[in-house]
Ligand binder design. Sequence first.
Ligand code: ADP
Length: 267
Amino acid sequence: MIVVKVGGSAGIDYDAVCADIANLWNNGQKLVLVHGGSGETNRVAEALGHPPKFVTSPSGYTSRFTDRQTLEIFEMVYCGKINKGIVERLQRLGVNAVGLSGLDGRIFEGKHKDSVRSVEGGKVKVLRGDHTGTVEKVNTGLIELLLGAGYLPVLTPPAASYEGVAINVDGDRAAAALAVALKASTMLLLSNVPGLLRDYPDEASLIRSIPANDVESYLEFAQDRMKKKVLGAAEAVKGGVGRVIFGDARAGEPVSAALAGAGTVVQ
Ligand code: ADP
């Protein structure tokens, strides 16, 4: 079993990702696909007159402040446009894909964080009304039902809080929790960079391998949202996933290339 997470940044070639996945799937590879959608969500939010607001925590992690309206825009894009776009591509390629959010069947569950600490102008502010959280529990029943019946699950945030409220969760860390729960041998985190770069954005500075027992010390090379990928990789290998690969989803055969070891291999 492999878990493939494809991001939502500019430049990602969803046609190439889906063609590669269809090929692997039709050759008997069991897999679950998880996707993001942040780039498109930002565009739609701007167009709807509710521009995105990003907050940086005192420990340096950047996340989207998700008030109720932002959550609804987020769902329109992630569960709607992006999820159905991927399902349609896979259906055209003869793969019976089913698109679900983490809310459906409570696949992704976690604690609702209503407030977030944000560093603004050197001061720490507390913002309330946030709909975010972290996946703490993966309920695999529905996924196993689908896989057993020959369907390819295509999953996306949001997750369900323990009270049943939709919460925005990080897709990389959700994929990591899923890979652990499904006892996946490999998790791929595909984005618009060749892998983790020692000297971002210099693509020649690609880090080829990271030892599984030392992932956290590579956090220093990751800025912004790349930090969540490194964190997700650490969580996955700690949870028993054999290897995690940060790969490039911009062209070619992104999934096969990553499986063959292109990118940054955490093992
Ligand atoms: P996605 O939505 O595709 O999953 P993110 O935007 O969350 O991807 O994270 C990938 C981004 O992280 C890259 O586009 C890049 O701008 C940024 N980044 C920051 N530091 C690094 C680094 N050291 N190596 C590679 N990418 C990095």
